[in-house]
Design a protein around this ligand. Structure first.
Ligand SMILES: [Zn+2]
Length: 273
């Protein structure tokens, strides 16, 4: 389930762990005369990390139009000797994960999502040029075919991410939500047919978008949510910096808050490139 570089990195990390365990044991036996190791410690194989997470704040645009985060300073270092806030958050605000239970009666809650399914190959499908022409753009089956034509078949257990270019509008809530005079949102999403094809024809664990929702702004029936999440797969919304990672070859690490019974939650998303 790892891309090649990831597998290397995991193997190296494991062998390093073994090395340290051995070194500690040897250290007790021969404290001051520990020999120089013959080999240099293995290095991690990814070259860089890209943060795919927006900074969360009360100003971040939300689906509900109210702040997704409230912070109350309960302790102050000058007065109390340390700093600490109490937070009140909407589970689904800012860069966050949708767990299967979000749109199903019995799907997995956040804490039940296995860690091994949260470190996955990342496939970025660039539809920014089309979305710039049409804010309601739906990532299509053809867009997926276009990605595969260039990069070969989608890797097993990957996350497919839509790059619509919307992340650049995040500090402009009117543009980011696209809310019109009648209260209808306008932002890109994934076509239900495309999600359906990914579920039936490929082995995909996650679907990610750089907009407020997997379904596009005007959607009233949330078809993608209702198909994708009950199938046991997860979603990511409000993803940042997808234009800074390669379309193929990166590994996505989803750092999801592990909260019992949560329907999702804020996530720190990091791409290993
Ligand atoms: Zn959500």
């Amino acid at each position: 389930m790892c891309v090649p570089g990831c597998q290397e990195a995991v193997r190296n990390a494991l062998s390093r762990r073994g090395f340290f365990t051995g070194a500690v044991a040897a250290g007790f036996a021969a404290t001051a005369i520990a020999p120089e190791p013959a080999e240099a410690a293995p290095v991690r194989r990814f070259k860089s990390t890209v943060d795919l997470t927006h900074t969360m704040s009360p100003d971040f645009p939300t689906f509900f139009g109210v702040p997704g985060l409230e912070m109350e300073k309960k302790f102050d270092i000058k007065k109390d000797g340390f700093n600490l806030y109490w937070w009140r958050i909407i589970e689904h605000a800012g860069t966050h994960l949708d767990a299967p239970i979000h749109f199903s009666e019995a799907g997995a809650t956040a804490e039940k999502i296995a860690a091994e399914t949260l470190v996955v190959p990342l496939a970025v499908v660039d539809v920014a040029a089309k979305a710039a022409q049409n804010p309601d753009y739906l990532l299509s089956r053809e867009d997926l075919a276009g990605w595969e034509k260039k990069h070969r078949r989608l890797p097993d257990n990957c996350c497919v991410a839509m790059l619509s270019g919307w992340a650049q509008h995040v500090s402009d809530p009117a543009k980011y939500t696209g809310k019109d005079a009648s209260g209808v949102f306008h932002f890109p999403g994934v076509a239900p047919e495309a999600a359906d094809w990914l579920m039936k024809e490929r082995k995909v664990l996650g679907l990610a978008v750089d907009t407020l929702s997997l379904d596009n702004g005007p959607s009233k029936d949330f078809k993608v949510h209702y198909a994708w999440l009950p199938s046991g797969r997860w979603g990511l919304e409000n993803v940042a910096n997808l234009d800074k990672v390669p379309a193929a070859g990166a590994t996505l690490v989803v750092g999801l808050a592990k909260v019992k019974d949560a329907t999702g939650g804020p996530a720190r998303l990091i791409a290993l490139v």
